[in-house]
Every structure is written in structure tokens, then in C-alpha cells.
Design a protein around this ligand. Sequence first.
Ligand code: MTE
Length: 327
Amino acid sequence: MLIRKPSDIPSSAISSKDRYLNRRRFLRGAAGTIAATGAAALGAERLGEVFNPRITALAGTKLETVKSPLSTTGEDLTSLEDITHYNNFYEFGVGKGDPARNASGLPTRPWTVRVDGKVKNPKTFDIDTLLKLRPLEDRIYRHRCVEAWSMVIPWVGYSLSEFIKQCEPLSTAKYVQFLSYYDKSVEKWTSESTIFWPYSEGLRMDEAMHPLALLTFGLYGEVLPNQDGAPVRIVVPWKYGFKSAKSIVAVRFLDKEPPTTWNEQAPNEYGFYSNVNPNVDHPRWSQKTDRRIGVPFYAQRRTTLMFNGYGEQVASLYSGMDLKKNF
Ligand code: MTE
């Protein structure tokens, strides 16, 4: 296998897909990038065949993508360094730097997603089947956490609706629940918090079917780093980040609202909807502004936009609803 250090790669060899990869990323060194170079050449569809079945880190494996018309434009991307070192993934610790330090043991192959509840037939999808289901798109989205910080992330995935169609939900399915991987021998930090595991999140069916809701496999053109929810997570860009469950292993279709992690923890602070809303403060802090991670201190503060700036696309989902009550 040809192993090249990033400094050996001439700029002429960097494809357009790579153009947004910033220098800091290259400086992180060859380790992660090179581990999977052989698989990268084969394309995403064969990842499962290349690696040892108990592989825990595919970091650096490239994904074949197409550009998406649904991208946000005009904002600088947050660096890969910040996206991967300022995380919330409580299964791997409560500190922002803990997931990057602790998530390397997450076994991302083999990986399956179980589908059950109000569906024609319960099914199990292998991760490599999911990767092939639809062309993978590069979608740049604003990412906004309820803790009032934000990032701009180039995700890779396809509309969750494409996956939901394959699940064949019944007409009685009104909600969809996402459950994350939970194994306390791997995620021993789960005992540090009072959360009921596994991490659970949910959407109303029409929200889940909205084209912006993303079934996400990667970022910056490569498979998701473990700390960002490998090998597959949800991203709902108009909602606070906690609605976007990481490392999902089960999807359940229900006729009623599912219990969700943060709503169970503190129902007065975290509602089921949790649409980004500058007019509804968190009981302990304001949501009017947020702090953009990775930019100089004087430029960090920005005014938070309703629905995180996606109002034109999603506001109609909530017409007639009191968004102060349904926060
Ligand atoms: N999913 C799981 N399984 N566990 C978590 O702790 N944290 C949520 C969400 N998904 C979380 C999760 C929260 S609070 C946020 S803000 C986002 O993931 C953070 O995503 P990021 O670390 O990729 O920025």
C-alpha cells in the first residue's frame, strides 16, 4: 500500500472535492488519513469488505459525493479541527474535548440499523447498504447548539426521507424515534451522568420527511469521525443540535410522541420540538445570540435566526402552532 504523508501530496493532486479541506487538517498528520487510503480508492460501497470487521476507526476514508442544492452558502466553514474537538457526545464524557479523546473504541463495523414499530415489516439495514441507498451529497448546514454556540459544517448524506421510504411506515406512524448505540463496556462514561440510556430523539413524521433533514454519514467529504456520531447520525439543521442523535442503531415508527433524552431530563428546559428560536430563551440563558466556534473573539457573536435561518423552508411545518408553548 502506498502511504503518502500529507506534505507529499502535490496541490495538483487535490481534487475539487478536497478544496475545502483546510491546512490545519493536513497538519494533524497522516495517521487517520492513511489508515483507510486503500478503501478510499474503492469508494464508499466497499468499505465493509476492506476492513477487519471489528474496526473501530475508519477516520479519513473518503466518500463519493455530489454537490447539493440544499447547502447554506456564504458563511465560512468551521475547521475540521473544531468540528471534531468541540463535541457533545455524553456517552464518551461530559467535557467538550472528551469525545475526541474517548470515542476511538466505538465499533463502527459491523453496524446495523434496526427498523420497527408501525412499519409494513420490521427490517434491519446494514450500514454499507445504507451508504449505497442514494447518492451521497455534500450539504453545508449551520449547526446550532442549545448552549448558544454554532458552527458551519459540510455534512455528507442524503435526505432522511429517502431512508424512511425504504422503511415503509404505515399510515398510523405519526412520529419517528432514533436510538443511539449503547454499550457501557465501550461507553463507560455513561455512568458520569444521570441520563437514561440509550440516547433517544424523535421527530414528527412531516419533520422527518422534510428534505433538509439529513441521514448523515460523513463530514468534509469523509466518513464521520467517531466523536461526531459515526457511522450514521441524524442532522436536523433548523433544530437545536441535541435533536440530532448520533451513532444510531434503531429507528422506531410510532403513533405517539416518543420519550426523548433531554425532554426526560428537564422538560421545562428542553421541549420536544426544540426549533431554534431566538424569542424563547432557555430558562438559564438567552437564545438571542450565539457564539461561532473557531472565529476570533471579537467576531464570535451573531444574532440567532429563527429556525436557524431555515424559516423559508420549514416554517410552514408549524403554521398555527404556538411556538412559545411548543418550544
Ligand atoms: N447523540 C448522542 N447519542 N449522544 C449525545 O450526547 N449530543 C447531542 C447531539 N447528539 C448527543 C447526541 C447534542 S447536545 C449536540 S449539540 C449534538 O449532538 C452535537 O453534535 P456535534 O458534537 O457533532 O457538534
